[in-house]
Design a protein around this ligand. Structure first.
Ligand SMILES: [Zn+2]
Length: 410
């Protein structure tokens, strides 16, 4: 077992090099839609891990407009392996970075910059953990087969990355560890043990157009039907079951003198539990079909159609994840760190992996204001930053926990 004081001392010595890697990653714009930039971050990441013995494979995204997913591997002596997960892309287009002068900027204990926290900080955290294990726990480092999965399009919620990982996970995989942002309250750090699933949907109502003066009764008003149906959708929200529906946009109709023949609404829903999610989806789809709004002349009814546009399944709280949490809590106790658990509304790659292998998330560093690039003079708006002093303790926690994980499996 690693000596805690030695571990912290070693990591402190590694921090300047880690921050230099982070500086270079943050300096490359890797907005999801910037294919070349994402690939450059992928290449740079592969270079960072090559000295640790990792070999790179690039897997094209399902969407050809996006960059390649990066898979790094290092073989192990035992049949057991650990998957480490991060992402290459950010939400910031290059024009936005330039407009808001949002670049690498060190201020006291904070480093501001696009992706400094989400999730280039997570990738650098992985590098620190592996450096420490190689030096201070070489047996653990060499026993385990390592897989490092970097998503090229995490921020766009593309699902193809899930398959990329799942096809490369073997039966001996002990855990998928997701290096997204840490949760923190006071001195307590929170690992992420569940995330909501979400789906986006479109409701299209077809009515029957008619002259609003001469043939009003012949018409079947699509907007009136849409209004009724979206009220029914909104009513599906059930906070007591962690289920929310949001009607996000509406459009329809042509001009004042026409009974509108079409109207469209789009939105999303989210839930933690797979059962609640499935029931919600069924209830939404059941709203398709003939509506209550009809023409008075012949009973012609408006028709509602519901399409699911995209889906990310929920990651519910589950025993395999809780067993991993317990390992991190034990490691925390040894290091004098309080470690708790958090269920998050937002999605991560954990949603794509939890039902294939035991999954734990939130292994990344602490920071704040993710997905924000603006800074106001009065300080009421601040952009994304990562906390410098949080790297070493969290890397120590992760390294210690991985040692315990391997011990626990004998
Ligand atoms: Zn992220």
């Amino acid at each position: 077992m690693i000596d805690a004081a030695e571990l912290v001392r070693f990591l402190e010595g590694q921090l300047p090099e880690a921050l230099e890697l982070l500086r270079q990653m943050v300096g490359i714009n890797s907005f999801t839609g910037n294919r070349a930039g994402v690939n450059r971050v992928g290449d740079f990441t592969a270079e960072c891990f090559a000295p640790l013995g990792f070999v790179a494979e690039r897997v094209p995204s399902a969407n050809p407009a996006w960059g390649d997913h990066l898979v790094l591997r290092r073989p192990g002596r035992s049949g057991r392996s650990v998957a480490l997960v991060s992402h290459l892309d950010t939400v910031f287009p290059p024009e936005e970075e330039a407009r808001n002068q949002f670049h690498w900027r060190v201020e006291g204990n904070r480093i501001y910059g696009p992706g400094a926290h989400d999730d280039k900080g997570g990738t650098v955290m992985i590098w620190l953990v592996l450096q420490a294990l190689r030096r201070l726990a070489p047996t653990v480092f060499d026993e385990l087969a390592w897989r490092l999965f970097c998503n090229a399009s995490e921020e766009a919620l593309a699902a193809d990355f899930g398959e990329v990982c799942r096809r490369r996970l073997d039966a001996g995989t002990l855990a998928a560890l997701v290096f997204e942002a840490e949760g923190r309250r006071g001195g307590e750090r929170f690992m992420v043990v569940a995330r909501k699933g979400s789906a986006t949907w479109r409701l299209t109502v077809a009515g029957r157009g008619a002259h609003a003066g001469a043939k009003h009764q012949h018409g079947a008003n699509a907007i009136v039907q849409l209004a009724q149906t979206i009220s029914q959708i909104a009513a599906l929200t059930d906070y007591s079951r962690g289920l929310t529906f949001n009607v996000g946009t509406v459009s329809g109709g042509g001009s004042h003198n026409r009974v509108p023949h079409e109207a469209v609404a789009e939105g999303e829903f989210r839930a933690f539990s797979p059962e609640v999610y499935a029931q919600a989806k069924a209830a939404l789809l059941a709203l398709a079909g003939p509506g209550q709004v009809r023409s008075l002349t012949d009973g012609y009814a408006c028709q509602a159609r519901v399409d699911i546009l995209s889906e990310s399944r929920p990651w519910p709280r589950n025993p395999a994840t809780d067993r991993l949490l317990a390992v991190w809590q034990k490691a925390g106790a040894e290091l004098g760190m309080a470690v708790g658990a958090e269920e998050r509304g937002g999605l991560s790659d954990g949603n794509l992996l939890w039902d294939a292998v035991p999954t734990l998330d939130g292994l990344g560093p602490w920071g704040d204001h993710d997905h924000c690039s603006e800074r106001s003079a009065d300080g009421s708006k601040l952009p994304e930053y990562v906390e410098v002093s949080g790297f070493v303790p969290k890397a120590a926690l992760n390294a210690m926990a991985i040692c315990k994980l391997l011990e626990g499996t004998g």
